[in-house]
Design a protein. Structure first.
Lengths: 297, 349, 327
């Protein structure tokens, strides 16, 4: 490489990836959508006209009315304002999606790295455990656990519980990828070089291996956010969720029966789901392209 | 400033006696396993390194040559305990290397060994952590060994960069911003950061362009002159090995078949495999006419090495005894020139 | 003797995000019918891209942007893709560097050989099979019947390369490109494959262009050499002349930097690095590393000048310098 010091573009792999990401139109669209939802979620308390699960519109006499200026998304027959609820739902669903994805990432990295770095018994046990969690029908078990915890044990524990259940059943995908990547990176020369310098396992794992496997993990975590939102929607839609907490799935459940008459009750939450999932998927795809390890010289 | 020419470090300039490194009966077998639903079953063994012994003196370069699968890279890795040995011993400066590394936990002896024995890897594109700056890479030894106070790190790193003919401003950059030759210099700088005495160089120039190779070979030789490093120079490129090594060992299927002083080995090879190997290399000279010894067949699998002399299936001189008895590795015919062949006396000039 | 291939002032550029990579920047090369020539150069010299350009298989984002290519009297650049496809594998063939990736891992050897024969020669399946068998025997593969049914991963590197050669020769091409055919092979196997190529070239009487960075192979295998550097031609001569009396500083430097297994000699280092092809040096592209460089070398590109019959060099100072070859 020619040239002296002075000005030159930041060259860390993150900086390079960021520049690539910025050039990708669909990634930017996805990120804008996500940003929009995040802002809505953060400001939900102030922009939603009514508190969550409020029947106030009933007393205003507008129950069951289609979209209008005062009630942009219409009102349910029970009096719940759909616009307000979709906003509250945004906050809750995003919370579930982001937190579950984050937890899954942490567990997945931890388990996967250990399983990939060590050989012998540790590796076999981790692999077996991951495989078990990977193949079991998670949706059914999630529904089961949700029913047990929500209806029987922790009435009203709410979203955090759902997050925990989703993470408990969702880490295996990430763990698999992390394990595979760890095995690949473990054998690479620069890890062997650090070992020959005297680095111990802890340093090899956290200073060398993990930073080099983050790329696929980031991508899969972003896509997981969308996946977890969808799972939550299914759980609540089927009636297994917490009936006291507003989520898009709950709204879809409420609006499902009236789809032919009060079509607005299901439509707007549905659109919210579609767009948020789309946004995260586009962002995840963009990240995948940007973080592609094939760095052109 | 780099010299424009180099030649082998003169061995007579070195004062130390007694080997720095003593390798005896080194064995490394890899298990071939089949994985079942639970547990695994061993279905075979790869005899990567089988009974390898040699000494290296202080300031000496021992070349280790052979084709793929002969076990030369594995030998280098086992010396540094990057692969666990199956049997044998390595003695460095009086310390039993395997015993020190075998103990659980990082004894201060292990640290000392890590500082004394280092490695330069073949592929400069994968031997540097792509997420670390050059400064991080070169200061990592200081972090691990805690032998240099933090205030001095910057100066030390700059000094290392100067020693390998790079610039100070290179320290802030990332590996991917450098060419192959420059990366290899960084790798060398990293290896010498701990002030080692012995460095395993595993094909350090094979991935580099021809016009860059001489630069790196020159650098290694320069450093050896200044700091009296001992090198185990592993390569399949017989031409460059000839230039940099004081002695050369030839490996075939996990065994050393010949070991001698460089000119002696190249000008008068006593083992049929060495002869074939040397005659097979194209010579960049229009007047040179070799009678090529073309070996039949392929290199047999190290999983099932042949009986007797491992080379006999491809050897043009093989007789009955070669199929039965593994030949002894000795310097009976020419002092200091070791060879394992029943018929070596035929080739002595 | 008629020239089978004539490449004149070829320019092939790669239009990448980082800039325009001038991989081939004015290369002219020609070869006479039945001869073996060599394109020698390091990475970035443009030797492989030149071969790709002739076959018109330059990968995106690369494109031929200038020059002419005449093969057997025809203008290759004027041909349509369909016409080129009829020529590839048929009139011109390539043996690539890595047989592991140039052979398709999911097809048997038989299928890969027979496919070409069915495609270009319109043979029946039976005839194709027989021909394939014969080809394997010709390239010295033992137990050819068994190998025909094998998959590439079941075979050793040397065997795979022989099969790649068999595949290249299956339609008896007029021109064979061998792009670093032995670089990935072990030394003793390399010797086998080089001998095989020599023998086949004699037998088929085909024209061969050997692409390599190994000066030993150049000395051993070829009659004429073209030395490339950073996308341009530095020198062209017959092999003996190039080695004994080179006229270009790069050639001299290369000969001095290359070790030989036959002697111990001090190697001379070439300082610096291979230049960035997006912004190549002004003037002579080699001047930053040339120990004879003068002012004119930094400003003007040297002309392609005739040194003697069949010997050409692109250097401002070739007349004044007395360069050393290998004696």
């Amino acid at each position: 490489m020619s040239g002296k010091a002075a000005k030159r573009r930041a060259a860390s792999q993150w900086a390079v990836a960021w520049r690539r990401f910025k050039r990708n139109k669909s990634a930017l669209i996805g990120t804008s959508i996500v940003a929009f939802f995040v802002i809505v979620a953060l400001l939900s308390q102030w922009i939603a006209p009514y508190p969550p699960r409020s029947y106030e519109p009933l007393y205003e006499g507008v129950a069951g009315t289609p979209p209008s200026w005062q009630h942009p998304f219409g009102v349910e027959s029970s009096g719940i304002d759909v616009f307000s609820e979709v906003i509250h739902g945004t906050r809750n669903d995003l919370y579930v999606g982001l937190t579950a994805a984050f937890l899954t990432m942490i567990i997945g990295i931890f388990v996967g790295a250990l399983g990939g770095y060590f050989r012998g018994i540790v590796s076999d046990v981790v692999l077996g455990l991951t495989q078990v969690f990977f193949v079991i029908p998670t949706l059914l078990l999630i529904l089961l656990f949700a029913r047990i915890f929500f209806q029987l044990v922790f009435k009203g524990f709410g979203l955090t519980l759902i997050v925990l259940i989703l993470s408990f059943f969702g880490w295996s995908g990430t763990a698999f990828i992390v394990r595979g990547e760890t095995i690949r990176v473990r054998e690479m020369d620069f890890v062997q070089a650090a070992k020959s310098l005297g680095a111990g396992s802890k340093r090899l794992l956290f200073r060398h291996i993990v930073p080099n496997i983050l790329s696929p993990v980031i991508v899969i975590t972003t896509l997981n956010i969308a996946g977890f939102i969808l799972t939550e929607v299914i759980v609540s839609f089927l009636g297994f969720g917490d009936a006291n907490t507003t989520t898009w799935g709950l709204l879809l459940d409420e609006g499902f029966a009236y789809v032919r008459t009060d079509w607005w009750v299901a439509l707007f939450p549905g659109l919210a789901v579609v767009f948020s999932v789309l946004g995260f998927n586009l962002m995840g795809d963009g990240l995948s392209d940007a973080l592609n390890p094939r760095l052109r010289e | 400033m780099e010299r424009t020419q180099f030649a082998r470090t003169e061995l007579s300039m070195l004062t130390d006696s007694g080997p720095l490194l003593r390798v005896r009966s080194l064995i490394k077998h890899f298990d071939v396993v089949e994985r079942g639903i639970i547990g695994r079953k061993k279905i075979g063994e790869v005899h990567a390194v089988d009974n390898v012994s040699f000494d290296i003196a202080r300031g000496e370069t021992l070349g280790l040559v052979g084709e793929s699968g002969c076990g030369k890279t594995t030998t280098g890795k086992v010396l540094l305990f990057l692969e666990t040995p199956t049997a044998g011993s390595v003695n460095f400066h009086g310390m039993d290397v395997f015993e020190v590394f075998g103990k659980r936990g990082r004894a201060p002896d292990a640290r000392k060994l890590r500082r004394g024995m280092q490695m330069v890897f073949q592929n400069p594109y994968t031997s540097l952590d792509p997420r670390m700056t050059v400064f991080d890479i070169l200061s990592e030894p200081f972090v691990i060994h805690r032998n240099i106070p933090k205030e001095e790190w910057k100066e030390r790193v700059y000094e290392l960069l100067r020693m390998v003919n790079l610039e100070e401003y290179h320290a802030e950059r990332y590996p991917h911003e450098f060419s192959g030759g420059q990366r290899q210099r960084i790798a060398i700088a990293r290896a010498i950061a701990v002030d080692p005495e012995f460095i395993v160089c595993d094909e350090p120039v094979s991935s580099l362009d021809v016009s860059i190779r001489a630069q790196i070979l020159n650098l290694l030789s320069d450093l050896q002159q200044k700091k009296h490093f001992s090198y185990l120079y592993i390569s399949h490129d017989l031409s460059s090995v000839r230039q940099i090594s004081h002695r050369v060992a030839v490996m075939y299927l996990g065994e050393i078949v010949e070991l001698a002083e460089t000119n002696s080995l190249y000008d008068n090879p006593l083992h049929p495999y060495t002869q074939a190997l040397i005659s097979a290399v194209p010579v960049p000279d229009v007047k040179h006419r070799t009678t090529r010894v073309i070996l039949p067949g392929e290199v047999p699998s190290p999983m099932n090495p042949p009986n007797g002399c491992r080379f006999h299936p491809r050897c043009p001189y093989a007789t009955d005894i070669c199929k039965r008895d593994p030949p002894a590795f000795e310097d009976r015919l020419v002092k200091g020139h070791f060879v394992a062949c029943h018929h070596a006396d035929k080739f002595v000039r | 003797m008629a020239k089978l291939l004539e490449v004149t002032d070829l320019h092939t550029y790669f239009f990448t995000e980082a800039g325009v990579v001038k991989a081939v920047d004015g290369i002219s090369v020609s070869v006479e019918d039945g001869k073996t020539i060599c394109l020698v150069g390091e990475s970035g010299s443009g030797k492989s891209v030149t071969a790709q350009s002739v076959l018109r298989i330059v990968p995106r984002p690369g494109r031929i942007v200038g020059g002419t290519i005449r093969f057997d009297g025809e203008d290759l650049l004027a041909k349509s893709e369909a016409e080129m496809r009829k020529m590839r594998g048929n009139k011109m063939a390539v043996v690539f560097q890595d047989p592991t990736t140039s052979l398709n891992p999911v097809y048997t050897v038989r299928k890969q050989l027979a496919d070409i024969l069915l495609l270009h020669k319109g043979l029946s399946k039976d005839q194709a099979n027989k021909t394939a068998l014969g080809l394997l025997e010709k390239v010295g593969i033992s137990d050819p019947e068994k190998r025909l049914n094998a998959y590439p991963h079941e075979l050793s590197g040397g065997m795979k390369q022989r099969i790649a050669i068999a595949r290249a020769l299956s339609c008896e091409p007029k021109l064979l490109f061998a792009d670093e055919p032995t670089t990935n092979l072990d030394v003793t196997i390399q010797a086998q494959v080089l001998e095989l190529l020599k023998q086949l070239q004699k037998e088929y009487g085909m024209t061969m262009i050997m692409i390599t960075h190994d000066m030993g192979i150049v000395a051993d295998m070829t009659e004429r050499v073209t030395v490339l550097y950073a996308g341009k031609v530095m020198e062209e001569a017959d092999t003996t002349t190039l080695f004994t009396s080179p006229k270009h500083p790069y050639t001299e430097a290369l000969l001095k930097a290359v070790p030989s297994v036959a002697e111990t000699r001090a190697l001379e280092v070439i300082p610096g690095n291979i230049p960035n092809l997006i912004e190549p040096p002004l003037g002579c592209v080699f001047h930053p590393r040339c120990k004879y460089a003068k002012d004119v070398c930094m400003k003007e590109q040297p002309e392609w000048e005739k040194v003697s019959e069949g010997h050409y060099a692109a250097c401002h100072r070739w007349r004044e310098l007395s360069l050393q070859g290998r004696s």
